[in-house]
Every structure is written in C-alpha cells, then in structure tokens.
Design a protein. Structure first.
Length: 516
C-alpha cells in the first residue's frame, strides 16, 4: 500500500494516493525481456510503483525508490535481509567512548564509472552534500557536525550528539557515493555516475516509465551481481501492475495491495510476504490540550479496548497481517509477544473505563478522513467507537490529510506507519521532536526511557531499553494499533528473493536467478 517515512513534505500527498495511483509514471506495458520465464534470462525486470524523483545522490529518496539508487550507487555500509550491518565501501568502523565520533576504514580499490577514484575525501563530500541536499531523508544526517578525510582510506564523522541509527542510515541513501566529477554536471538528475553494480543505459531509458541498466564491468564486488541487465518499469496503478504480472512481463513486483493475490499466484508467481507497516489510531493529544478527555489514561485505554483488532484485520486487511496492540515489529529488540494482545476486544471494559473517567454519557472525538481510503474504513472506526459511547466527527481533509495531522489540527487520527528499526521508529513516532508526535508529548519517565535507548552501549542493553519503552507506550496507550499489515513481493518461477526488514523493496543483490 503506501509508505510514510520521516520528512514527509513532498511525500505526504503521494503517500495517501498510492493505493489509487502511483506518484507519476506510466502504466504502459513492457515488451518482457525476462519476466515470467520468457526472453533474456540474464535480465532482471522489476515492477515499481513510483519513478525515480532524481538520480542526483544528494537528493535521492529511499524506500519505494531504493532500487534506482542501489543500481548505480554503492553505500558506505550494507544491511543484510535481517537488517544486520555489514561492511561495504567501509570495511571496518568504530566509535569513540561517547559515540560522537565514528571512524571508518574505506576500501582502496573502488573506482567510479567515469574513472574517478573513490577515497575518504569523496566520501566526506558526499555525506556533506546529502546533509545539505533536498532528499526527504536528509534528516538522517541531522546529527552530523562534520565529515573529514583523515587520510585516503580513513573517514571521520563527528556528531553533535550520539545517533544510534547512524550506521543503518549509511546503508541507505545517506550513504550513497557519487563521483565528485558529477557534482556540477548539468545532467546530474538523469545521468548518475556511481561505482555501483549497474550503469544507467540512458539511450534505452524512458524517464518516468522504464529505466534500463547494464552491468558495471569493473564493479569491485562482482559476486553480488547476479544479472547482466536490469530493467525497472513503473506502473501507475494496481490494475496495470497486475496485468504486467499476468502477462509474464516481470520477474518481480511489489504488489500495491493484496486485492488480487489469487490472480498473481494463478499466473505462476510466488508470494514473498513481509510485515512492514502497522495501522490503527494515533492518540496524539495525550496532554489534553485540544481534547481534554485524551489526557485521561482510562480514556485512551478505553479506545484501545473498543477495537476488534482481529475483526478489523479481516474486514479491512482481508486477513493479511497480524493483530497487535504494539507499534514495534517482530524484528525489534524491544518486541514483546504479550503486547500483541494487551488490549483484547472488550466493549464492556471500555465503557467501564470511560465511566470511571467521568464520561459515562460519552464523549466526542474529531478526526480527519480522506477519500483515498475506502469509506468502510471510516465507517468501522465510527461504529466501533460509537458502541462504547464515543462519537467521532470526521472532517474530509483531502490532500491536506498529513499536513493537517502534523499541524496539528486533530487530537487523534487513523494512520498507517512504517515499522522502522528501533531508533528510527522512536525518533519518528515517540520523541518530543518526532514527526508523528505533533503535540510534542513527553514526561520525565518516557524521556528517561528514550535516553536509556540513546545511551545503550551494547545490543543487549539497547534491546532491554527499547522493550521498557515499548511497554510504557503500550500501557499508557499512546496509540491504538490494530494490526501489522502483510505486504507481498511477487516473484516469477525463474527468480528468488529475500525481502528486507525495514524497507518496502528487497535489496537488488538479494534477487537471484533460480537454476534450471
């Protein structure tokens, strides 16, 4: 379905329309180079739902656009399918005692496709450019004070404050490395110069519709490149994507929704499921500044008890997902299986809590809605809350849905958010400066729990701190989650893939041809 990630200024409208139509791009069919087992077996053809916004490394998006960047650019670090951090252009790294200085040892044998040599000076320039660029993820490097080349193979990144997510960011677009000779190129947005596994074939690329790539013959890590050619095709809506699958035009496709899974499998494709998002209500006004009722923990807990999460999963999610009342995913060190059912559906309990809080006669909750979602979603929210005495007044926010939430104009809202790795999730949804904490809710207890995660020196300490924070957020009903959404990546009979924890698309090097 759709993605929500930090720094949503340009993505906000797109996020709410992806279920209906992708952001731009063409729905024209491909002439299948290898999809469904036909054509050139050395070509990997993938279906995407958005075109590349730009190929300028400093300005690139990730998530739905990650295949474009990964095709042409290397990153400083790499993440395996489970999210484990691995070496890449950086072969080794270490922090100082307070985690404010990261020193990285870099490869000395990497050359960009224009012949320019990669070294620490180039890496420092790319980091600085990304921080100052226009990428919607530029905040990934918000804590970076400086990036300096100690010598050609050693890079030093100094932070204003420790950032537990920095290594992960360097596996994504914040770590992209572009040739410095391309920095001032007039065609930097359409003709990328990287050291990655592929080179954009501009002659056979139709911007916004179909992007062709050829294998980089001098790539430093040839064992990770499993195809000679790569084609990324853009499909503007679920129907055109489905038709491409049924026509055997694609080796792999990120399905926009789960509405036609039987047709996908019927066409001979394998479904590779993964749970990337959670959906439910954000109870944002926890201090009661806009709606005094939400300051009362009993009211927030009553809202949680009011929802039949299993029923909503079946009715809205068509059964594709896992009912839960926590926002941290199974891949998190803070995940607690018991919190998936902390608030079992109990309307009587909800009514009792509301009565104890002084709302025996009910209360009113104003929330936004949008026509980008089926009307049944809003009807079910209204009905389930009405059953316990809460009247919902919906306002159609249209294209202002996300901006109005962030303004903030509403005390609570429905939303679907990505389950990022721990620190990203915390800084996206929980900290007082988090994008989706627009009322800046905090208190000494939650601040202390967040600080414990921030200051953790070992993975064990971090996991324990995240679990404590997760428990606090659930017990204090900051949110009213319904379920984790199962997404599906479809692959044809000739292709295997490993889905990626924390990302909408598998990483390119995790696609491999099946042996005949």
């Amino acid at each position: 379905m759709f993605r929500l990630r930090r720094t949503l200024a340009t993505a906000a409208v797109a996020v709410l329309t992806l279920g209906v139509a992708a952001c731009g791009g063409s729905s024209s069919s491909s002439s299948g180079t290898s999809g469904g087992g036909s054509g050139d077996a050395s070509t990997l053809t993938l279906g995407l739902i958005v075109p590349a916004t730009t190929f300028a490394a400093a300005d690139m998006s990730f998530a739905n656009e990650s295949p474009y960047g990964q095709a042409v650019y290397d990153t400083l670090l790499k993440a395996d399918p489970t999210g484990k951090i691995l070496p890449n252009l950086a072969t080794d790294w270490s922090y100082n005692t307070d985690n404010t200085v990261l020193t990285m040892t870099l490869r000395s044998d990497v050359v960009f496709t224009d012949g320019t040599k990669f070294d620490a000076s180039v890496a420092a320039q790319n980091l600085t450019r990304f921080q100052a660029g226009t990428s919607p993820n530029k905040s990934f490097l918000a804590a970076m004070k400086s990036a300096t080349a100690v010598d050609p193979t050693h890079l030093e990144i100094t932070l204003t404050d420790a950032d537990p997510a920095l290594l992960n960011y360097l596996t994504q677009n914040a770590g992209y490395q572009e040739s410095p000779a391309a920095f001032n190129s007039p065609d930097i947005k359409t003709n990328p110069i990287g050291s990655g596994p592929y080179i954009l074939d501009t002659a056979n690329t139709v911007i916004g519709s179909s992007y062709a790539f050829t294998k980089n013959p001098k790539y430093w890590d040839p064992t990770s490149v499993h195809y000679n050619n790569l084609v990324l095709k853009v499909y503007a809506d679920p129907t055109s994507m489905l038709n491409a699958v049924k026509g055997a035009q694609l080796n792999g496709a990120k399905l926009i929704n789960n509405d036609a899974l039987d047709q996908v499998t019927g066409a001979g494709y394998t479904l590779n499921p993964f749970e990337l998002d959670w959906t439910g209500l954000l109870l944002l006004d926890r201090d009661g500044t806009m709606n005094p009722a939400l300051k009362d923990l009993r009211v927030r807990q009553a809202i949680n008890y009011a929802f039949d999460t299993a029923g909503l999963l079946k009715a809205i999610g068509k059964g594709h997902g896992t009912a839960t009342t926590q926002i941290f995913p199974k891949s998190s060190g803070g995940y607690d299986p018991s919190l998936d059912s902390r608030y079992a559906y109990d309307p009587a309990k909800a009514k009792s809590l509301l009565a104890d809080a002084g709302y025996a006669s009910g209360l009113t909750l104003d929330m936004p809605n949008t026509s980008a979602l089926p009307a049944s979603t809003w009807t079910l929210i209204s009905q389930q809350l009405k059953d316990v005495g809460i009247t919902v007044n919906f306002t159609d926010a249209g294209n202002n849905f996300i901006p109005d939430i962030l303004a903030p104009k509403y005390a609570a809202t429905w939303l679907q958010l990505q389950q990022d790795p721990d620190w990203q999730l915390i800084t996206f949804e929980i900290t007082p400066t988090a994008t989706f904490n627009p009322f800046k809710t905090t208190n000494p207890e939650v601040a202390g729990l967040i600080q414990a995660v921030h200051d953790a020196k070992t993975e064990q300490d971090s996991d324990a701190a995240v679990k404590a924070l997760n428990g606090y957020v659930v017990e204090n009903a900051w949110f009213a989650p319904w379920y984790r959404i199962e997404s599906n990546y479809a692959t044809d009979a000739n292709t295997s893939v490993q889905t990626q924890v924390g990302n909408a698309y598998p990483y390119l090097w995790n696609f491999t041809p099946k042996s005949s």
